[in-house]
Design a protein around this ligand. Structure first.
Ligand SMILES: *Cc1c(COP(=O)(O)O)cnc(C)c1O
Length: 394
């Protein structure tokens, strides 16, 4: 069934959107502050600890470690900084290559470039829209050679230092299979879990499969600190190193300024962490409401022959952004044009990173599935409406 300019199907979907989210304009995803945000912010201001030191930073880190089941969490000023640091402490060096996805938000690739390493783009799976273990294995088997426990690119000679898969829109990718392949080839796994806080493979939180993983709390993410990020890991030595490097590499001293290497000021301010603590308290309720909204979209789609993108068996999505898979690019464009003209914000999936100037020279595999998905995937409004919150807590 076609969704296009003069289809009453698009109108029915818009009607459902208005039922859930209220009248137009309906944003794609907006933050919601219905908990202790204001009181924690006021407390933080009154404490004078508004900047990069303070109890809320530690509390936010501990809450995140506990929620994700990771031993350690290190807060940063945004998700890009978290990824940059995670790759650095994972041992990525200038000239290395890092396997990732062309179908991702640009931050994934930017962070690789900050180290003067190069991304190599591996195709994604049609269902998860995240890195395909089959494509990963195929690329490694046909394009690399082993030398001294390392995997080298047979063409460029560069070391394949790390692999950064991404859990697209909060749908877990086949991360356990990817972890096994990385193990086999001696490649460090770093998960870009920016979009998947609250998403699980079985009972294991996404981000707990890699050596390190990173989260984002940008304003459009499932919870927000205004801007912020987090590195999570089970490796205490790497956690200590990440904390040190993100906090200007300052050696603890009662009064002197000693920095033992070039560090980064990637600290999350206490003000933002206060917001994060309040948001974490509401995360379980948000996940419940998001699953409920996804269920309403799913029922609509099933009734009308539209493909609603669901997580694969054995995984649980946070439903950060709900997605539809339409039939072709023409239908996608007509849908985007029509819904946006009606004040219902919908968006296509990202352009492939391999098509951006900055990354057009990077090595890729065929990217067939990535290209196929770009033509078909749209995101539809996915916020947590405040009234749903009040209903839940009533
Ligand atoms: C949001 C996001 C990030 C991090 O972005 P910041 O805005 O720097 O917090 C990284 N990767 C992906 C896939 C993202 O969606």
């Amino acid at each position: 069934m076609k969704i296009n300019n003069n289809s009453c199907l698009a109108d029915s979907l818009i009607e459902l959107v208005h039922t859930i989210f209220g009248p137009s304009p309906v944003p794609l995803h907006r933050p919601v502050f219905v908990g202790n945000e204001r009181s924690y912010l006021t407390q933080t201001i009154d404490s004078n600890f508004v900047s990069s030191v303070g109890a809320r930073v530690t509390e936010f880190e501990e809450r995140t470690a506990q929620f994700t089941g990771c031993a350690r969490a290190i807060a940063t000023m945004n998700g890009t900084a978290a990824l940059h640091m995670a790759l650095l402490v994972a041992g990525v060096r200038p000239g290395d290559e890092v396997l990732s996805q062309a179908l991702t938000f640009v931050a994934t690739c930017n962070s690789i470039s900050y180290i003067a390493a190069s991304p190599v783009f591996i195709d994604v799976d049609e269902d998860t829209m995240g890195m395909s273990p089959a494509a990963l294995r195929h690329w490694l088997e046909t394009n690399t050679r082993r030398a001294g426990g390392q995997t080298l690119n047979a063409t460029t000679g560069a070391r394949i230092a790390a692999c950064v898969p991404m859990h697209t829109f909060g749908l877990p990718c086949r991360i356990a299979e990817i972890a096994d392949i990385c193990d086999e080839f001696g490649i460090t796994l770093v998960e870009d879990a920016a979009e998947s806080l609250g998403s699980y493979v079985g009972t294991r939180h996404t981000g707990s499969f890699g050596k390190l993983a990173t989260l984002s709390y940008n304003g459009n993410k499932i919870i927000t600190t205004g801007g912020g990020g987090m590195i999570v890991t089970n490796d205490h030595a790497l956690a200590d190193r990440a904390k040190h490097l993100t906090t200007t590499a300052k050696v603890p001293h009662a009064w002197d300024f000693v920095h033992d290497e070039v560090g980064y000021n990637y600290r999350l301010p206490n003000l933002n962490a206060a917001l994060g603590c309040a948001q974490m308290e509401k995360l379980p309720a948000m996940l419940e409401i998001k699953a409920d909204i996804a269920a309403r979209y799913r029922a609509f789609c099933q009734a009308h022959g539209i493909h609603f993108v669901d997580p694969i068996d054995g995984t649980t999505a946070n439903y950060w952004l709900n997605a539809l898979r339409l039939n072709d690019r023409a239908e996608r464009d007509a849908f985007l044009e029509y819904t946006n003209s009606k004040g219902v914000m919908t968006r296509p999936i990202w352009r492939l990173m391999s098509e951006l100037d900055a990354f057009s020279q990077c090595q890729t595999d065929g990217l067939e599935t990535s290209r196929w998905l770009v033509d078909r995937i749209v995101n539809i409004p996915s916020s947590v409406p405040e009234n749903e919150f009040h209903r839940l807590s009533a």
